[in-house]
Design a protein around this ligand. Structure first.
Ligand SMILES: Cc1ncc(COP(=O)(O)O)c(C=O)c1O
Length: 427
């Protein structure tokens, strides 16, 4: 076992060459000792022995802490931090984050139950997402969590369900604004969207909200995710604050909370640069001053998923076969797409790009080899790394995928072909 400290994540962390392994400096959140990649003090072989499992995700608490600290360092204290549980709903991760963040945002009844059991105060749990069923809505009404309402039909159903219980539904209207978050991996606002209620309809609905049997707690303005461009986030924040002031002015009573969205991204691919939070924080400070009167006493929230947890996770699996086929060297592993769909490129990428990948037990080895790393599934989609130059590896070696702490096991088709599920551990 090795010592468990981790170094600070480098601010200019880039993987500049798509076909080469990330150097330790580039992926500096994990240490290397005697040629072995170390996560929370352990080599991959040791973690496998701890778990008695051949393929796993390991999440490093210290790296999660560093990301929370980075947010707190740059973003004004007036703005609360919520964790979007969907990014990583592993129970130990939720428990670890509970005292570090100010609230949880959930996307299903299952996530809501995890959030409730974590001890997070119910007033700090919000439940967003289209297509909530009556049973989910009822559970949320009974629990008292804030329902981020995605359509006028949903609002109507919440009113009807509330009338059947002794509980007043706590709601926030999710607004689909007229503007969009530019340069986002996923745009979730602006134009026609299944998410939220169009801004103009929200403004019309507000005049009637006082007569509805719900408590309108506030508004949710979420525009997109995976954004690495400070200037795009700044522009979206400017629009968001202006919209928030408009909504507050149109609201028959003073709202308690405005969720300003999130979208802070992390670098996955060659050439991507880390999001610089300093200008984002400065701009938020200026906006807080500008809208000081309009938004006074209203709780402001930013909700983040991957930014808090993605850097902290490594996916690890073992090489079980090495073969040549017409000039290509394949490393065939016991893990792949069924454990890590996002890395295979099938979770929203248009053209597949390599995540940062390394051979964890050969970090100091100079001899490289051009390899394609694949999983055990009988489909050409099952790719862990395509034509990457990595330390020459053999059967039994450990392949790791960095930036794997978000949208991992729960975003992957684990039962596809019936191979063993992946293990998880937070250390
Ligand atoms: C409403 C909402 N909140 C938060 C998130 C989390 O996004 P990310 O993990 O990119 O921060 C999403 C992602 O789809 C979302 O739809």
């Amino acid at each position: 076992m090795s010592s468990s400290s981790t170094s600070t994540i480098s601010a200019n962390n880039t993987n500049t060459n798509n076909s080469s392994a990330p150097s330790h400096e580039q992926m500096s959140q994990f240490k290397v000792e005697q040629g072995e990649l170390i996560a929370a003090g352990f080599t991959m072989a040791e973690i496998s022995q701890l778990l008695n499992r051949p393929a796993f995700y390991v999440y490093d608490k210290q790296v999660i802490n560093q990301q929370v600290d980075l947010f707190r360092q740059h973003i004004p204290a007036r703005i609360k931090l919520h964790y979007a549980v969907k990014a990583n709903p592993y129970w130990p991760v939720i428990q670890h984050l509970k005292p570090l963040v100010d609230g949880f945002d959930v996307a299903s009844q299952k996530e809501m139950l995890l959030a409730l059991q974590s001890g997070m105060p119910v007033a700090d749990i919000s439940f967003a997402g289209p297509g909530k069923g009556d049973a989910e809505l009822l559970a949320a009404v009974i629990a008292g969590v804030t329902l981020n309402v995605e359509s006028l039909g949903e609002l109507q159903r919440i009113c009807q369900l509330g009338a059947k219980t002794n509980h007043t539904p706590q709601v926030a209207l999710r607004v689909n604004p007229a503007f969009e978050l530019k340069a986002s991996g996923m745009k979730m606002a602006g134009g026609a969207k299944p998410f939220g209620i169009d801004e103009e309809l929200v403004l019309q609905t507000l005049s009637d909200i006082g007569q509805m049997p719900v408590k309108l707690r506030g508004f949710h303005i979420f525009c997109g995710s995976q954004n690495l461009k400070a200037e795009a986030l700044i522009e979206a924040h400017q629009h968001t604050f202006a919209l928030a002031a408009k909504l507050v002015a149109a609201c028959p009573y003073r709202p308690e909370i405005i969720n300003l969205g999130g979208g802070f991204g992390i670098p996955y691919f060659a050439g991507e640069r880390r999001l610089d939070l300093a200008p984002v924080g400065e701009s938020l400070n200026a906006l807080l001053q500008q809208y000081n009167r309009e938004l006074a006493d209203i709780e402001l929230v930013i909700e983040l998923g991957r930014f808090l947890v993605a850097d902290a996770g490594l996916y690890a699996c073992q090489v079980v076969d090495k073969k040549q086929s017409r000039g290509t060297t394949y490393l065939v592993c016991n893990g792949g797409l069924h454990h890590h769909l996002a890395n295979s490129g099938n979770f929203g990428q248009v053209i597949r790009k390599n995540y940062p990948v390394a051979i964890a037990n050969r970090m100091a080895q100079a001899e490289l080899e051009l390899v394609t790393i694949v999983g055990p599934l009988c489909t050409p989609l099952d790719i862990l790394a395509d034509r990457m130059s990595l330390p020459k590896a053999e059967v039994g070696d450990w392949v790791v995928v960095y930036q794997s702490g978000a949208y991992g096991p729960t975003a992957s088709p684990q039962d596809f072909l019936g191979h063993p599920n992946v293990a998880e551990i937070l250390l």
